[in-house]
Design a protein around this ligand. Structure first.
Ligand code: CU
Length: 539
C-alpha cells in the first residue's frame, strides 16, 4: 500500500500547486484527483500552527465536461458566465470546484475556507488559497476536499480528497513521540463489480434491493453487496472478494496510524485482528484533537478494540505490529445504518504482516516536543451555554404519492418547516462571536446521519441519552437513526464553541453523508462580530 506524498512547510511557509484532474473510467465513472506539477497525487499537507499556506488550485475538469456533453445533468444549478468572479459567483456545476479545509478554525472568507459562494470554473486562472494555520489549532489529522453544493458527493466519491496534518501531536501525547507514522486515507467508490454474486464464503443473504436513490439498501446482516466499494490510499478493495491492501511492519513495531474516513457515504467500523483476535488500539486523537485536550488529568490514550469512524471523521491510534509469523488483518465490521440506510457489510481492508526487513514508513514523529501551551480560553465543557437549540434531521419522498421518487433531505431548527438547503437564503441561525450554545440534534429519519459544522469543533455532551461529557472535541458526530418501535427520536447533545474570532462570518453545517448534503441536508449560520453588527457584512 503506497503512502501519500508529504508536502512540508519550510521556514513557516507551505507553497503548493494543485490541479484537480478528471476523467472517465472505462465504465463511465467520473474519477478525480489532485496532482502537483511533478505528479504527486493527493499529497498530505504538513503544517505547524502559525504557518502561512499558499495553495494555488487549478481546475482541469473541462475534459469531463466534454465527456458529459449532451448527457442530462442531474442538477439544474446555473453555470458561471465566462470571467465571473470565483469569490462571488456561487455557480456550482459538475465541473466547478473549490476547497474546504475540514476541521480547521479558519475564517469563512474567500481565499481561506469559504464554500457557499467560492466556485472555480475550468479555464479560470489558478485560484489562490492563502491562510495562516491558527496558532491554537490542535495538532492532528485534518483534510481537504471539494464542497460544491449538489456535486460534493460525485467529486469526493471520484477520489477528490487529501490529508492535512497539523504537526505537534507528540507535544500533547508524549506516548507518540518518536513513533513511525502512517497516513491511511479510506475512500469509497462506485462498485467495480456491481453484478457479481457474493463470495461463496459468505452466508446466503437477501438479494440486494435498491433504495429510491439508487443505493443498495441496508440488509442488516453484515453480508451481501455493499452500497460502495472502499479503497485504502487509492488501492481498491472491491466486492466480492475484498482482496486487501497490504502493510508490512517490523515484528511488534509500534506505529501511529492516522486514519481519515474520506468516504462520501460509507461508515467504517475498524477492528485489527491478529490470528482472528481483536487487538487493542490506543486512540490518541479524534477529529484532529488530542483525546486529553480538555483535561490534563484525562488518560492520554483511550484503549478500544473496535472503532466507528463516520464519513469525514478521523481517528489516530497507536498499534503494535504483529509478532513474526502472525497474520494480521484490518477489517471494517458491519454498520447498521438503519432501515432506510445503505448496506455497509463486514469486509477486509488491509493485510498486516510482520517482516524483520519491513521498510520504515516515510515519516516519524519528533522524539521530543515542548508541551503544548494551554489555550487562553476556559475549557468549553466548563462554560455555561448562552442558549439551547434543537435541530432535527428528516427526509421525505419528493413525490409523496410515489414510494420510488427520490428523497429530499432536511436539517431544520425546531419550530421551522423543513426545506432543502438554499445557498441564496438568509442564514437560518445567527449567533454572536463569544457565544457558547448547546445544540440537541435529533434524528427523525430511519437512517444514520452524520452532523458536521465548518470552522469549529464541539464537545459531545450526550449521545443517544447517555452522558458522555468528553474531555476532547469533535467536528463530526453520528446521530443514531429512529425506528418505528421507539417512543422518542434519538439525539445527541453538543456544546458549540463560537468564542474564536476566526468563526466570525457565514458558513454551513450539514450531514457529512455527502448524498444527503447534496440533497439539501444543510443550513447556514452567521456568527456576528461582537463589537459591531455591520463590520462583518463582507463575510
Ligand atoms: Cu445524512
Amino acid at each position: 500500500m503506497p503512502e501519500p506524498a508529504d508536502l512540508r512547510s519550510v521556514g513557516g511557509k507551505l507553497e503548493v500547486d494543485l490541479t484537480i484532474h478528471g476523467y472517465r473510467s472505462a465504465t463511465g465513472e467520473a474519477r478525480y484527483c489532485y496532482r502537483t506539477p511533478n505528479g504527486q497525487e493527493a499529497p498530505t499537507l504538513r503544517v505547524r500552527p502559525g504557518d502561512r499556506v499558499v495553495l494555488r488550485l487549478t481546475n482541469d475538469l473541462a475534459p469531463l465536461e466534454r465527456a458529459a456533453a449532451g448527457a442530462a445533468m442531474s442538477h439544474t444549478h446555473a453555470s458561471a458566465p465566462p470571467g465571473s468572479d470565483p469569490c462571488r459567483s456561487g455557480a456550482m456545476t459538475a465541473t466547478s470546484t473549490n476547497l474546504h479545509f475540514h476541521g480547521m478554525t479558519m475564517p469563512p472568507v474567500c481565499h481561506q475556507d469559504e464554500v457557499i459562494k467560492t466556485s472555480i470554473q475550468p479555464g479560470d486562472a489558478p485560484f489562490e488559497y492563502r491562510f495562516v494555520v491558527p496558532r491554537n489549532e490542535p495538532p492532528g489529522l485534518y483534510w481537504y476536499h471539494p464542497h460544491i453544493h449538489g456535486f460534493s458527493s460525485k467529486q469526493v466519491t471520484g477520489g477528490a480528497s487529501g490529508a492535512l496534518i497539523v504537526e505537534g501531536l507528540e507535544r500533547a501525547i508524549p506516548e507518540v513521540a518518536g513513533l513511525p507514522e502512517r497516513v491511511l486515507v479510506l475512500r469509497d467508490l462506485n462498485l467495480l463489480n456491481p453484478g457479481a454474486p457474493p463470495s461463496t464464503a459468505e452466508p446466503v443473504v437477501p438479494k440486494p434491493i435498491l433504495d429510491p436513490d439508487g443505493d443498495i439498501a441496508n440488509n442488516n446482516t453484515g453480508y451481501g453487496t455493499p452500497a460502495r466499494d472502499l479503497s485504502v490510499n487509492f488501492v481498491p478493495v472491491p466486492y466480492p472478494d475484498y482482496t486487501p491492501a497490504r502493510i508490512t511492519l517490523k515484528p511488534n513495531e509500534r506505529q501511529l496510524w492516522r486514519i481519515l474516513n474520506a468516504a462520501a457515504i460509507t461508515y467504517v467500523h475498524l477492528t485489527l485482528l491478529y490470528d482472528k483476535v481483536p487487538q487493542n488500539l490506543a486512540v490518541v486523537a479524534i477529529d484532529g484533537v488530542p483525546v486529553n485536550i480538555g483535561d490534563s488529568n484525562a488518560p492520554r490514550t483511550k484503549t478500544v478494540d473496535h472503532l466507528v469512524i463516520p464519513p469525514g471523521s478521523r481517528a489516530e491510534f497507536i498499534v503494535e505490529g504483529p509478532p513474526a509469523g502472525t497474520h494480521g488483518l484490518l477489517i471494517t465490521r458491519m454498520v447498521n445504518t438503519g432501515p432506510d440506510g445503505e448496506n455497509d457489510p463486514n469486509r477486509a481492508l488491509v493485510s498486516v504482516e510482520a517482516a524483520a526487513d519491513a521498510p520504515e514508513p516515510r515519516s516519524r514523529l519528533p522524539a521530543h516536543g515542548a508541551p503544548l501551551p494551554r489555550t487562553r480560553l476556559p475549557w468549553i465543557g466548563d462554560e455555561t451555554p448562552t442558549r439551547v437549540r434543537k435541530l432535527f434531521f428528516s427526509e421525505r419522498r419528493s413525490d409523496p404519492s410515489s414510494p420510488q421518487s427520490p428523497t429530499l433531505f432536511f436539517l431544520t431548527p425546531e419550530g421551522e418547516t423543513p426545506a432543502v438547503f438554499d445557498p441564496a437564503a438568509p442564514p437560518t441561525i445567527v449567533v454572536h462571536q463569544g457565544d457558547v450554545e448547546d445544540w440537541i440534534i435529533e434524528n427523525r429519519s430511519l437512517e444514520l446521519h452524520d452532523f458536521h459544522i465548518h470552522q469549529l469543533h464541539f464537545q459531545l455532551r450526550e449521545w443517544y441519552g447517555y452522558q458522555v461529557n468528553e474531555p476532547f472535541l469533535r467536528d463530526t458526530v453520528s446521530v443514531p437513526f429512529f425506528d418505528n418501535l421507539m417512543t422518542a427520536y434519538p439525539s445527541v447533545r453538543v456544546r458549540m464553541d463560537f468564542r474564536d474570532p476566526n468563526t466570525v462570518g457565514t458558513f454551513v453545517y450539514h450531514c457529512h453523508l455527502l448524498e444527503h448534503e447534496d440533497g439539501g441536508m444543510m443550513g447556514t449560520i452567521r456568527v456576528l462580530a461582537r463589537s459591531s453588527g455591520d463590520a462583518d457584512e463582507h463575510r
